[in-house]
Ligand binder design. Sequence first.
Ligand SMILES: [Zn+2]
Ligand SMILES: [Zn+2]
Length: 388
Amino acid sequence: MEIEELKAEAKDHVELQRHQLIQLSLNIHDNPELGFEEEKASAWLTGYLEDSGFNIEQGIANLATAFRATYGRGNPRIALLAEYDALPKIGHGCGHNIIAASAVGGAVASKLIIDQLGGSVIVLGTPGEEIFGGKIDIVKAGAFKEIDVAMIVHPNTLNMVTVQTLACSPLEVEFFGRPAHAAAQPYEGINALDAMILAFTSINSLRQHIKAEARIHGIITDGGEAPNIVPAHTAAVFLIRALDDDYLTQLKGKVLNCFKGASLASGARLEYRWRDRAYAPMKNSTTVAGLFKHNLESLGRHVEDYDPRFGFGSTDMGNVSQVTPSIHPTIAIAPPEVFIHTLDFASAAVSEAGHEGLMDAAKAMSMTVADILQPGMLGTIKQEFKSG
Ligand SMILES: [Zn+2]
Ligand SMILES: [Zn+2]
């Protein structure tokens, strides 16, 4: 069968699934589950894939809500990645319900391509993207060693096939002071909250002198017990982000110095811990992105070049992209003034535009599977990955 016929059949097969895919998306959206607690979403997605002839492995990389669903046999192995975690209080304000439904829809529609051209299509269920970076565990467990190409499509306000994301390192800090009556014997106290506020102030001063794309931001998770007790303990979580790992390392040292200086000034003892799940920057496969772009445009979507003004975030797909040729395109489901991680974006994720984004993402991914399986294409993709 000619490739254009295969692509047409794959698109038709996504359309055949329209009702089920939208229902999956709505169910996940209506039942928001936080990272690593996505039991319902994981069960619905694997149930759908099992009914569609996929072989299911639940709970990979020691993550109960992660899964691998495989169709086909042998190489090449192309993975479509699903995310399905929600955000505290705003539910699916990142639209991961669309990511999940488009990945399974695209994979099921790819079955007929696999039947014709060989290889395997795999859905990897990757939980806890927002807070924990579940893909980092899945990468560490070696699950991507056998994957040749990985794709995930994230809803947003523009159609873009490459994105720039930041390396990101989470830092937990604590200050330990000494309690005292804040009015009667304040001289007996060591104020752990002062230490924390000093550190915030130092970081604010540092911020003027860092590269434009870098970001430092945090919250205080323990600010003391009562206003009449000198705070003996404070805690905070910070995220430090930069365009590349080298600058991130430099910046981490400077941020840490802000905490060390605050410790010295206040007398409160500092303890800190870099969380071991750090997000890597995105390395886009331009070859796969080019194929995806052509397919997305054939569906009538206008694709924009990546614009740095679009804003920077971080994703654990960055870690996948460092070990496997990957793309992380965005699909437009909302007007530009609606930003992700808001209640408005959560509404957009179940709007008509959201449903169309889901359908087009699934179609473009299955069409791209057909492209990747053309003779010679994987060699080109791997060569570019090695030289990048
Ligand atoms: Zn998000
Ligand atoms: Zn997201």
